[in-house]
Each structure stands twice: as structure tokens, then as C-alpha cells.
Ligand binder design. Structure first.
Ligand code: SF4
Length: 746
């Protein structure tokens, strides 16, 4: 038998799986076109060799026989492979038909989280969504960070103007509703969280975690306090109250750039630590002591994440996190909460205030407001099954699995089944895409290049790194951007190239050649000439880098970033620690930090009205949790990650287990207002009494999917318990934590 000599090559790039963006070194056997090993890149200046187990899963993902390589069309309960031309034409013609018969809003779209991890998807989703012309757009944002985007816009003027913990320089880190040791950070790009937290402790810093579970992060903390799910806004207001009452407020450098301090003081008056203690479950003295310690620390930062967003008062809690940072002088200063400067952003701070994109239209059934062009994912099912003549008839999903990741997944599954047509851009036939008529699978993450447009803007250091493709894509395959551009073009009778040109010319006109642009002295023609006639996202990335704050500005005399420069820096570039950016970057109409925006202040009455009810509420409630080897719903078909003990267990405190007759290892029946499921019980003191926990993203045992490994480790879908009727009233974000449940032995 002939043998092929191994011809290996090592490619350095970023791991595309989560926000941490660790540097990876992938050894490729060019003779077979396969991945030999994946290691942490020790020379990556940001991650310094750190990896979590998911990175090795990239090899499993690459080789997964269940991953789709060619478009498929559903035929009855089966699937058949078809060519790209046929697939695109089928998708575009059916979408055009639905639009012609029922209007553009009869098409719904759902966009999942992996899109923001891919350069091409980030750039070309917009043209597709605009091309469809529908106002019924949904995404994973409204089961995740939408409240933070809303509060950031109101306070600082932009949905992504989110202050990030300056993790490497802080002395005091207060964490709420986040488990960065398992999630690897979220709205905080920071590889090697365990190492960075150890460094915080080693330099004498303190870590305090507020969470209804003694999570992996809480176990490393100097202090962990249990909190009743959904009560973060009360807790944060109690901190704010104490800061004012004990005269601990100091704005320092920002004194003349913050509006609304007195208004916040007035709002906080009625939420003393003593008044909210029963609602939060946290002793008032401990809250007061924490407020004093936080205010006394030289450099402190409060960090709130998904748990603070996916609750009844998600926007208020998100806002109050930044209020605490501001009132203690920790906003926009080293060691506090700071704003990154991305290599692809504008060359200089030249904010253009704009009106909040909010409430311009509403969902048909419940009348919930749009935010940033999207309707809440919690309304998707009813917009299909209960909107009568105005119902959604066709869906486009892109790298999303809302049946597992949005509330009342069962209802959504039934609704999707009733559609006239559905097209999915996805690599799996999963719990959602099984309802599609046609699935368009892009190449794998290792078969395409990448750059992190979004996460560099949420990073604890200013960084820039280009990720080259590792493997040659198979013949006749498509990059995500090609699929999106082709679809966007075809639904409007245009070509993918025309869509590509549209994206480029739009960005060119705002980046060069006009007063106020990043390169006012460079003509559009000159920039275009230097960019060359490549197609696709890399040309646009080159434009953004060159016109950005570290760019060469198309000037041969000026050294600076370009795609070519970045390609040569194969381990990535560290552009330095975060630097103060206020007031220059503020894009509020007043030009100041708005500490008490009217929309948020107005919602405090809702918080006040619920206080007595929450104080008296002793029902058992459910929260979610995250595991290091899991990434929402989509990496459960990879054997190396899925193997081992069952991770989809119901965590119950021993007191509750005894009271309810639940035995460790036995099964429990969990019932909420909307459904019931069974799960194995794990009795654990890590839970707060009165709170139980199930991870999300499981429930792979439904008919019609093609994910064999996931099916063997199916788990249960926690979103068969979460309630689509429960949303944060301001943002419409789903409430996924604090779900009242009843539990009995199964
Ligand atoms: S933490 Fe893990 S999944 Fe996230 S980027 Fe790093 S290696 Fe990838």
C-alpha cells in the first residue's frame, strides 16, 4: 500500500469559538489536508498559550461526519443533496413568492451567536436583512445582552459603547451574574480568565462574586454571596444608596462630564440595603460593607453579565452596574471600567449623536417594541402562530438554534413546522434547521480566514489579529459571506458581486474623502485603487484597518496597520493597554455620561412596585449555568467535548432535596407554567437554597435531527420550562433566570 509522507505546517490564528479569542497553533498535515494537532500559541501576546478544551473540538468539528458539506433539500422526512445553484434559486424564489403574496414582513429572520464570531457574516448579514426588507428580525441578542446594549446607548451613546473591566490592572473585581471561569468571559474578551484572576489575587486584589450558585468563579473568590435570582437591580440600588448615604460618591476626573447624579440619588433613596434585604437574600450589613470596600479600593470595577441581563429587570441591572462604576470614580480609568479602541474603528473620536433606535415598530401580537432593529426572540413563536393574517409565513435562520436557546422551545418548534417555507444557513440539521426546506452550509471555521470585528471592541487590551484559513476549503463550497451575499442579491434580482460592491462603497464613502471621515485627504478613487479588485470581506477589512486609528491612512509615507502588515504579524499585535476615552467618545446628545436617562429612570417605578411581591416570594426558582466544555447548543456533536459524565443535571441544594424527596442520581420531574421535563438530580451545596439549576442548549433527543453524538448525550431542553411571556419590559429580553418551578421525584 502506498504511504504518503507527512508534510506538516503550523498556522497561527485565533480560536473562533468564544469571545476569549485565544491564539491557537494548528498543525496541518498538507499531504492529507487534515489537522494533526491544535495547541495554544505561546507567542500570542494576549493569550500567551492558554487554551480551553473547546479549542481541541475544532478538529472534531472539522472531521464531524454529520456536518453538512453540500446544500440539502428536505424531501418528506428525508434530505437530499442538491447543487448550490438549485439551492440558491429555490431559497430566493420561495422568499420572493412569500414577499409578493404577503409583504416583506411575512418573512422572519433569526440570527444566532456564531455570526458575530465571523468577519464575513458580520459584514454581509446586514445586506441580506435589508434586502429582505422585513421588520421581523430576531436574534440571540434578546436572549443575551440586549439590556446592556440599551443601557450603554442611553448612558454613552452607542449600543456597543460598553465599558469593559480593566482586568489586568484592577484591585477589586465585583462580579454579578457571570461565571467567566466557565464562559471564558463575555462582553469582556480576556483569554485565560483563571490565570488573570490568580494574578489579581497575587497582587493583593480582591474578587467578590454575587451569584445564586457557588460557581467555578465563585470558588476562586475572596467572598461569595448568594443572591435571589432576578434581584440584581435591588442589590445594585442598595450599593448606590449606601454610596450616597455614607458620602462615598466621587466622580473625580469625570465630575463635569456626568449628568443626572442627583436624580440617581433620589431614585436610590427608597432602596436601602435594609429595605431590599429580603428580596435579594443578602444581609444589609454585608451590602454596606461591600459598598465601603468597593469605594475604598484604589482601582475597582463592577462587572455584570448574562445573569444580570436575562431577568425581569435586565436593563435596570445593566445600567446600575455602570452607575456603581461611575459613582466610585472607576469609569474610564485604569483598573476600572474602560472603553477599548479598535483597529477597525474610526481614526478619531468624532461622535455623531443619533436617536435611540427603539420602538419604531412593535411586534404584532404583544406590541413589544423593536430595539436596534430587532424584535424580542420571546415573541417569535407567537408572530408565527398567533398573528392571524399578519403572521410570519417564511423564515430565514443563520447559524441559530432558537428551539433550544429561546423560551418555550416546544411552542416555537410547532410554529416553525407550520411555516410555508424556511431556509437555514447552518452546518447541521439540528433542532431548528430540521424544519427548513433547504439548508445552505458554509465551510468550517478552519476553512476560512477571520478577523474579530466585534470582540476587539470588548477586549481588556487593544489588540488586532488576522486569522488565516488553515485548510483549503473543499471544491464547490461557500464561505458564509458568499452565501449571504448571494442570497441578498437573488432576493432582489442582483448579483453577489453587486452586494459586495455595495458594502465596500458604503464603507468607503464614510471612511475616506470627506470632511469628518477618517482619511479626509484621500479620495475614494485612490483608496479603491490601493485596495485592489479583490472580492469579499478581506478587502473591506483592509479598508477598515488602513482608515482606522492605527492605520496607514493610504499614505505610503506613514507606517501603520493594513491587512498586509497584520498578515505578517502571525501571532497578532498588542496595541497596548486601554486608555481613557471620555468625554471624547461619548455620543449622547448632551455630550456627557447620562447617569439617569429618562427611559431607565421611568422603569424604576416597576422595580418599586414589585418589591413587596418579591420580598414575599419564596417559590423555588430555576436558573441556568454554563460549562467549560459546552458552547450554547452548537458544539454538542463533538465527541471529545460531549463525552464523560452527564452535564445536563438538575443541581439542587441538600435542604431542598430533602424537603422534596429528591435523591442524588435519581430523576426529577420539573414543572413550570409552560411545560414539564425530567432530568437527573445532582444534590449540591453549591446551590443557594430555594434555587435549582439546569444548563441550557441541551435537548437533542427530538426526531428529525442529524447529530448522532449529540443524541447520545441528549440532555433536556431547559427552554421547555422558560416562559416566553416573561420579558424585561424595557428591552424585551427573555427572562431565563428565576423561573418558578415545582419539582417532584420522577
Ligand atoms: S477559551 Fe476556549 S473556546 Fe474560547 S477562544 Fe479560548 S480556546 Fe477557544
Amino acid at each position: 500500500m502506498a504511504t504518503r509522507r507527512a508534510r506538516t505546517e503550523i498556522i497561527h490564528r485565533s480560536c473562533p469559538l468564544c469571545e476569549a479569542k485565544c491564539g491557537i497553533s494548528v498543525e496541518v498535515d498538507r499531504s492529507t489536508g487534515t489537522v494533526a494537532t491544535i495547541r495554544g500559541d505561546a507567542d500570542d501576546p494576549f493569550s500567551r498559550g492558554y487554551l480551553c478544551p473547546k479549542a481541541y473540538g475544532l478538529k472534531g468539528l472539522q472531521e464531524d461526519p454529520d456536518r453538512l458539506r453540500r446544500p440539502v433539500r428536505r424531501v418528506g422526512s428525508d434530505w437530499e443533496e442538491i447543487g448550490w445553484e438549485e439551492a440558491f434559486e429555490l431559497a430566493a424564489s420561495r422568499l420572493r413568492e412569500v414577499r409578493a403574496a404577503h409583504g416583506a414582513d411575512a418573512i422572519g429572520t433569526y440570527v444566532g451567536n456564531p455570526n458575530v464570531h465571523d468577519l464575513g457574516s458580520t459584514l454581509y448579514l446586514g445586506p441580506l436583512l435589508r434586502g429582505l426588507g422585513t421588520r421581523r428580525q430576531f436574534s440571540a441578542s434578546s436572549v443575551d445582552q440586549l439590556p446592556k446594549m440599551l443601557s450603554a446607548f442611553l448612558m454613552f451613546g452607542g449600543p456597543l459603547a460598553i465599558p469593559i473591566p480593566d482586568l489586568d490592572r484592577t484591585d477589586f473585581l465585583l462580579v454579578l451574574g457571570a461565571n467567566p471561569v466557565a464562559s471564558n468571559g463575555s462582553l469582556m474578551t480576556a483569554p485565560d480568565i483563571p490565570g488573570r484572576l490568580a494574578a489579581l489575587r497575587a497582587r493583593g486584589g480582591k474578587l467578590v462574586v454575587i451569584d445564586p450558585r457557588r460557581s467555578e468563579t465563585a470558588r476562586l473568590a475572596d467572598e461569595h454571596l448568594f443572591i435571589k435570582p432576578g434581584s440584581d437591580a435591588y442589590f445594585l440600588f442598595a450599593l448606590v444608596h449606601t454610596l450616597f448615604e455614607e458620602r462615598l460618591v466621587r466622580l473625580d476626573r469625570l465630575e463635569s462630564h456626568v449628568r443626572g447624579v442627583e436624580a440617581v440619588q433620589t431614585l436610590a433613596k427608597e432602596f436601602s440595603p435594609e429595605v431590599v434585604a429580603r428580596a435579594t437574600g443578602i444581609d444589609a450589613l454585608r451590602v454596606r460593607r461591600l459598598a465601603r470596600r468597593f469605594a475604598a479600593a484604589d482601582r475597582a470595577v463592577c462587572y455584570g453579565r448574562i445573569g444580570t441581563c436575562t431577568q425581569e429587570f435586565g436593563t435596570l441591572a445593566s445600567w446600575l452596574v455602570d452607575v456603581v462604576n461611575t459613582l466610585t470614580g472607576n469609569l474610564d480609568r485604569p483598573g476600572g471600567a474602560m472603553f477599548p479602541r479598535t483597529a477597525t474603528g474610526p481614526a478619531a473620536d468624532a461622535p455623531k449623536p443619533r436617536k435611540l433606535p427603539y420602538g419604531r415598530w412593535r411586534s404584532r401580537v404583544r406590541g413589544l417594541p423593536e430595539a436596534f432593529g430587532e424584535l424580542p426572540a420571546a415573541t417569535l413563536a407567537e408572530e408565527i402562530d398567533a398573528a392571524g393574517d399578519e403572521s410570519i409565513r417564511a423564515m430565514v435562520t443563520v447559524a441559530g438554534n432558537p428551539v433550544l436557546s429561546t423560551p418555550n422551545g416546544n411552542r416555537l418548534a410547532r410554529a416553525l413546522e407550520s411555516l410555508e417555507f424556511m431556509v437555514s444557513v447552518d452546518i447541521y440539521v439540528n433542532e431548528t434547521t430540521r424544519f427548513a426546506d433547504v439548508i445552505l452550509p458554509p465551510v468550517s471555521p478552519l476553512e476560512r480566514s477571520n478577523y474579530d470585528l466585534v470582540f476587539n471592541g470588548l477586549s481588556i487590551r487593544n489588540i488586532s489579529k488576522y486569522s488565516p484559513r488553515v485548510l483549503e476549503p473543499p471544491e464547490d463550497s461557500r464561505d458564509p459571506w458568499e452565501i449571504l451575499a448571494e442570497l441578498a442579491g437573488r432576493v432582489n434580482g442582483a448579483s453577489a458581486d453587486a452586494v459586495d460592491e455595495l458594502v465596500l462603497s458604503h464603507l468607503l464613502s464614510s471612511a475616506v474623502g470627506s470632511p469628518g471621515s477618517s482619511c479626509p485627504d484621500v479620495s475614494v478613487e485612490e483608496a479603491r485603487k490601493q485596495l485592489g479588485d479583490r472580492r469579499g470581506p478581506e478587502r473591506i477589512l483592509d479598508l477598515m484597518l488602513r482608515a482606522g486609528p492605527y492605520g496607514d491612512h493610504f499614505d505610503p509615507e506613514r507606517s501603520g496597520l493594513s491587512l498586509e502588515v497584520l498578515r505578517k504579524a502571525e501571532h497578532g499585535l498588542d496595541l497596548g493597554a486601554l486608555e481613557p476615552r471620555l468625554p471624547g467618545m461619548l455620543a449622547t446628545e448632551s455630550g456627557a455620561v447620562e447617569l439617569a436617562p429618562a427611559l431607565l429612570s421611568g422603569d424604576v417605578s416597576r422595580l418599586r412596585a414589585r418589591l413587596s411581591e418579591r420580598t414575599a416570594d419564596d417559590r423555588l426558582v430555576l436558573v441556568g449555568r454554563r460549562h467549560l466544555r459546552s458552547n450554547n447548543s452548537w458544539m454538542h456533536n463533538i465527541h471529545s467535548l460531549a463525552k464523560g459524565r452527564d452535564r445536563c443535571t438538575l443541581l439542587v441544594h441538600p435542604t431542598d432535596a430533602k424537603r422534596l424527596g429528591l435523591a442524588d442520581g435519581a430523576r426529577a420531574r420539573i414543572r413550570s407554567r409552560i411545560g414539564a421535563i425530567e432530568a437527573p438530580i445532582a444534590v449540591s451545596e453549591e446551590m443557594m437554597p430555594g434555587v435549582v439549576s439546569l444548563p441550557h442548549g441541551f435537548g437533542h433527543d427530538v426526531e428529525g435531527t442529524r447529530m448522532r453524538v449529540a443524541r447520545q448525550h441528549a440532555g433536556v431542553n431547559s427552554n421547555r420550562l422558560t416562559d416566553e411571556a416573561q420579558v424585561d419590559a424595557l428591552s424585551g429580553n427573555s427572562v431565563l433566570n428565576g423561573i418558578p418551578v415545582e419539582i417532584a421525584p420522577a
